[in-house]
Design a binder for this molecule. Sequence first.
Ligand code: UDP
Length: 321
Amino acid sequence: MRIIVTGAAGFLGSHFCDRLLAEGHEVVGVDNLATGSLANLAQFRGEPRFEWVESDISRALPVGGRVDAVADFASPASPVDYARLPIETLRVGSLGVFHCLELAREQRAVFLLASTSECYGDPEVHPQREDYWGHVNPIGPRSCYDESKRFAEALTMAYHRVHRLPVRIARIFNTYGPRMRLDDGRVVPQLIGQGLRGEPLTVYGDGQQTRSFCFVDDLIEGLYRLLRSNETGPINLGNPAETTVLEFARRIQTLSGGKSEIVFRPLPQDDPRRRCPEITLARQRLGWLPTVPLEEGLRRTWPYFETTIRSAAHAEPGPGQ
Ligand code: UDP
């Protein structure tokens, strides 16, 4: 297949490109580099089946030729990033998705939407099943992301109903692994970075809020299965092993040799108190289950951040320079 991946220079987009190329497909990677990085695509240099297009898809998706699938990963995805880029986030989740869907409609291509557990907001149902409609503050600081993804799902379903477009909607829960941006503010890179530098580990609130962390390879496996299936979704993809943020910080503290103390900082507004995916649907329909426990996933993630921090330290001008 020839597959467009938007957000290709981002964390999940670039891993999805890796997988598609490994499966023998041709990939057109599109990104505007707002939060992504070309370093995530360096492995494709000289790869004839990979084509690079720098474009902001909320303005246009300038890709010609035959297209078999469009996989849309383009969006700021960390609370710190989308608080910094709220209008861009709303544009890419609405106009950007519209451009992807139009191209998919013209080409009779499959459309895969990387949606999010943020559609459930601060959930009143636990764990979250796909038939739960969510509890989202429409005007809060997270609404630019939550509502743009909810709108993206609505738009995707409208194209499915009106144009009979084959669509696949994945609701992605917290995922971690190599290529997350060290400074994107999310708890995994933030705490690993602090631990590696021997700085205090910042826990927001009392740390009793929960998240369920999925290693990136597991997530990509689920996404690829979804793309190849006939499932419209939405379908949850995430690891149901739930942990409090404080437990997670303690784990990082141990992994980094116990040098960093844990400090408490104010909880951001509308921070979801609990989050855990119900993944029966993914298990039944896709035969998918995450297989990498948090401990192993962190071990496989650690060297990436060590290298990133070391090269950043070398890049900084020394004293007197
Ligand atoms: N968090 C934290 N310390 C940090 C960054 C985040 O305690 O330095 C908390 C945050 O308040 C949230 C959880 O960790 O409860 C996960 O935050 P993240 O930004 O990774 O993603 P979210 O799941 O909220 O989208």
